[in-house]
Design a protein around this ligand. Structure first.
Ligand code: DMJ
Length: 658
C-alpha cells in the first residue's frame, strides 16, 4: 500500500502540508544552527587561507617533509609571510660579501617582481588566469614533491644556497634551504646605478614574465606557443614530439633574471618529463644549441646533477649522427633509432657548415663534466677535417659532403648556413681559457678572408657582409648575420694586435647597419633580409624577406658592443627595440613575430619562438645590467645565448663547494 508520505523522498516529510527537510526533526534551536554554520565557515576560511598563504611547497621532498619544512619556513619567515617579499636585488637583502653589496640572497617563497603592481596587471590579467596559474602551480608542486631518485639523493647530500662573490671568487654559504632541489649559485644582481636603466631592465623582465606565463597557461610541456591561437606551435626542427622546447630554452634566462621559482618549476618538469628516447627526427644543430646548450648552462649555473645527467643522455643519443664515412655529422637524427640523414635540399646530400661547426662548445664541455672524452673527440675530428680541406680564397663554403669530405656548392655566407661556424671557432678558443690555439688561428684566418672578400661598403657608406655564390657577389645581408658585429668586437678585444682597431671599426659598422635596417622600417624592427641598392639601402626588396620572427642577432651585437665599448648608443638602440617589441609583437597571449616590418599594422605570424626567451630577452636584459652579471671574462654564449663557463673560471665544473 502507498500513500503520499511513503512516496516522498526520504529526506522530506510534510509539516502542515509543507515539505520539510528531515533534519528539522532534530529540532535544532536557531542559536545552535548559527553556531554550526559559524564553525563550518571558520573551517572553510582556514582551508582557503592555508592554500593561498602558505609559503612555496614546491621544493619539498615528500609529504612528510613538506609539512615539516613548511613549519620550518613559517618559523624562519616571520612577517615575510604576510608582507610582500623584497624585490629581487633589493639592497636590504644583500649579503655584505660582494663589492658594493653585489651578492643577492634569494628570497624563498612567492616571487615578487620589482614593481609588484605592474606585474599583477601584466601577469594576472583576470580571475580565470589566476585560477589557471594556481592550478598549474599546484600541479607542479605535486610533481616537485615526488622527485626522482637521483634528485632526492642529491637533496640529501647537500642542499645549500651558495653565493658567488665576483670580488674574491670565494663561495660562501649564505643560507641553508634543505628543501631546495637545486644547488643555487647566486649570481650578482647586476642592477645598474642609473634608475632609468633599471626601469628599462624591469620592462624586459616583465616581457619575460608575460610571454612565459602565457606559455605556461596555454602550451606547458609543448615545444612552443602560438600566442594568438593560444595553443601549441609545432615546429619541424623539434620533430613531432612535444619536448618542452620553451621550458628548456628559457631555463638560464629565468635563472639570470632571478626568477628562481619559475626556474625550479621548469627543472621539476625536466626531471620528470624530459625524455630523449623519442621516435622522431630532430635537427642535430637545433637540439644541440637549444637543449644540450641549455642543460649544460643550467648545470654550470647551479651544479644540479639532474641537468648534467639529462645532458649526458642527450649527448649519447646524438652520437650516431657522426657515424658517416668522414665523421662529419648529418643534419637530422632520430633520437630513438639513431638513424640519421641530411636534408634533401642541401646541395646533393651535403651537411651544412653552420650546423657541423656549431657543436664544439657543448660537446667539449660535456666531455669535461662527464669525464667521457667521446664527445670532445667527435667535434675535434670535425674540425680536423675542415682544417685540412683546401679553401677557395681562404673561405669556407656552406656545404660539405659527409661521404666524400669535399665541399658542395661554393656558397659563402655569414648569414644562415655559415654564421655560427665562425662564432664557434672564436668561442672555442675563449672557452678553453685561450688554450685551444688552433681554433683561434682558424678563426683569424677565416675572418681575414671574410674581411677581404665579403665585407663591403654600400653606396652611402653602410658596412655589410655580402653573400658569395661562387664568384658572384650578392649585395644583401641576412638578419642572421647581424650577430657578426658582436663576434668581430669580441675577437678584436680578446686578442689585441695590429687588426684590433680595424676589426672594432668593422664591428661598429656592421652593428650600425643592422640598426639602420631596423630604423628604416615602420615598426622599428628589422626584416629577415635587406639589400644595398643605391637609393634603397638596408631594406628588403621582396615580400618574402620582410618578416621578423623575434630574432635576437642585432640585440646580441648591441649587448657585446655595449660591454666592450661602453658607447651609450647601444643601450639606446636596445631600448628602441624593446619599445618596438612591446608595441608590435606583444599580444595578450604572449609575443608574436610579424609578417611585414614595413607595415605599422603588420599581420602576425602567431609564433612565440623559444629563442625569444633564450636569446632575445636575455641579451636585452643583460644590455641593461651591470657587467658583473654574466661577465664576459667568465662566460661564453653559445649560439642560442646559453651561457657556458670559461675553463679555469669559478663556474667551469660547478661542483658545489660547501
Ligand atoms: C637561434 O636559434 C640561434 O641563434 C641560431 O644560431 C640562429 N637562429 C636562431 C635565432 O634567430
Amino acid at each position: 500500500m502507498t500513500n503520499a508520505t511513503n512516496v516522498l523522498p526520504s529526506y522530506q516529510r510534510f509539516v502542515n502540508g509543507v515539505p520539510v527537510p528531515l533534519f528539522s526533526r532534530r529540532s535544532f534551536r536557531a542559536k545552535e544552527k548559527y553556531l554550526i554554520v559559524l564553525v563550518f565557515l571558520t573551517f572553510s576560511a582556514m582551508c582557503f587561507g592555508t592554500f593561498f598563504f602558505l609559503p612555496d611547497l614546491s621544493s619539498t621532498g615528500s609529504a612528510y617533509n613538506s609539512v615539516y619544512q613548511v613549519y620550518q619556513k613559517i618559523q624562519k619567515a616571520g612577517p615575510d609571510l604576510l608582507l610582500p617579499a623584497p624585490p629581487h636585488g633589493y639592497s636590504g637583502s644583500r649579503d655584505s660579501h660582494g663589492p658594493g653589496g653585489g651578492v643577492n640572497v634569494i628570497h624563498i617563497g612567492l616571487e615578487r617582481p620589482n614593481n609588484a603592481e605592474d606585474e599583477d596587471i601584466h601577469i594576472i590579467e583576470d580571475k580565470q588566469k589566476l585560477q589557471a596559474k594556481i592550478d598549474e602551480e599546484y600541479q607542479q608542486q605535486k610533481t616537485l614533491e615526488k622527485p626522482d631518485a637521483a634528485v632526492e639523493s642529491r637533496s640529501r647530500v647537500s642542499s645549500s644556497v651558495v653565493a658567488w662573490s665576483p670580488n674574491n671568487r670565494q663561495e660562501d654559504i649564505v643560507q641553508t634551504v634543505s628543501s631546495s632541489p637545486a644547488i643555487r649559485v647566486i649570481l650578482p644582481d647586476g642592477e645598474d646605478k642609473d634608475p632609468v636603466v633599471r626601469r628599462r631592465r624591469d620592462t624586459v623582465k616583465k616581457m619575460m614574465l608575460h610571454g612565459w606565463q602565457q606559455y605556461v597557461t596555454y602550451a606547458w610541456g609543448k615545444n612552443e606557443l602560438k600566442p594568438i591561437s593560444k595553443k601549441e606551435h609545432v615546429a619541424s626542427i623539434f620533430g613531432t614530439t612535444a619536448m618542452g622546447a620553451t621550458i628548456v630554452d628559457a631555463l638560464d634566462t629565468l635563472y639570470i633574471m632571478g626568477l628562481h621559482e619559475k626556474f625550479n618549476q621548469s627543472r621539476a618538469w625536466i626531471a620528470k618529463n624530459l625524455d630523449f628516447d623519442i621516435n622522431s627526427e630532430v635537427s642535430l644543430f637545433e637540439t644541440n644549441i637549444r637543449f644540450l646548450g641549455s642543460l649544460l648552462s643550467s648545470y654550470a649555473l647551479t651544479g644540479d646533477e639532474i641537468f648534467k645527467e639529462k645532458a649526458r643522455q642527450l649527448g649519447e643519443r646524438m652520437l650516431p649522427a657522426f657515424q658517416t664515412e668522414t665523421g662529419i655529422p648529418h643534419s637530422l637524427i632520430n633520437l630513438h633509432t639513431g638513424t640519421s640523414r641530411n636534408y634533401g635540399w642541401a646541395s646533393s646530400g651535403c651537411s651544412i657548415l653552420s650546423e657541423i661547426g656549431t657543436l664544439h662548445l657543448e660537446f667539449a664541455y660535456l666531455s669535461d663534466i662527464t669525464g667521457n672524452p667521446v664527445f670532445r673527440s667527435k667535434v675535434e675530428h670535425v674540425r680536423k677535417v675542415l682544417k685540412n680541406l683546401e679553401k677557395p680564397k681562404g673561405l669556407y663554403p656552406n656545404y660539405i659532403n659527409p661521404r666524400t669530405g669535399k665541399w658542395g656548392q661554393h656558397h659563402m655566407s655569414l648569414g644562415g648556413l655559415g654564421d655560427s661556424f665562425y662564432e664557434y671557432l672564436l668561442k672555442a678558443w675563449i672557452q678553453s681559457g685561450k688554450e685551444d690555439v688552433e681554433a683561434r688561428e682558424m678563426y683569424d684566418e677565416a675572418t681575414a678572408a671574410v674581411v677581404k672578400n665579403m665585407v663591403k661598403k654600400s653606396p652611402s657608406g653602410l658596412l655589410y657582409i655580402m653573400d658569395l655564390k661562387f664568384d658572384r657577389p650578392e649585395y644583401k645581408m641576412g638578419h642572421l648575420a647581424c650577430f657578426a658585429g658582436g663576434m668581430f668586437s669580441l675577437g678584436a678585444k680578446t686578442k689585441e694586435n695590429e687588426v684590433t682597431d680595424k676589426y672594432m671599426e668593422i664591428a661598429a659598422g656592421l652593428t650600425n647597419t643592422c640598426h639602420e635596417s631596423y630604423d628604416r622600417s615602420a615598426t622599428k624592427l628589422g626584416p629577415e633580409v635587406f639589400h644595398f641598392i643605391e637609393g634603397n639601402e638596408a631594406r628588403s626588396l621582396r615580400s618574402g624577406e620582410r618578416y621578423y620572427i623575434l630574432r635576437p642577432e642585432t640585440f646580441e651585437s648591441y649587448f657585446v658592443m655595449w660591454r666592450l665599448t661602453k658607447d651609450p648608443k647601444y643601450r639606446e638602440w636596445g631600448w628602441e627595440a624593446v619599445q618596438a617589441l612591446e608595441k608590435h609583437c606583444r599580444v595578450p597571449g604572449g609575443f608574436t613575430g610579424l609578417l611585414n616590418v614595413y607595415l605599422v599594422d603588420s599581420p602576425k605570424d602567431d609564433v612565440q619562438q623559444s629563442f625569444f626567451f633564450a636569446e632575445t630577452l636575455k641579451y636585452l636584459y643583460l644590455l641593461f645590467s651591470d657587467d658583473n652579471l654574466i661577465s664576459l671574462d667568465d662566460w661564453v654564449f653559445n649560439s642560442e645565448a646559453h651561457v657556458l663557463p670559461i675553463k679555469g673560471k669559478p663556474f667551469y665544473r660547478a661542483e658545489p663547494i660547501l
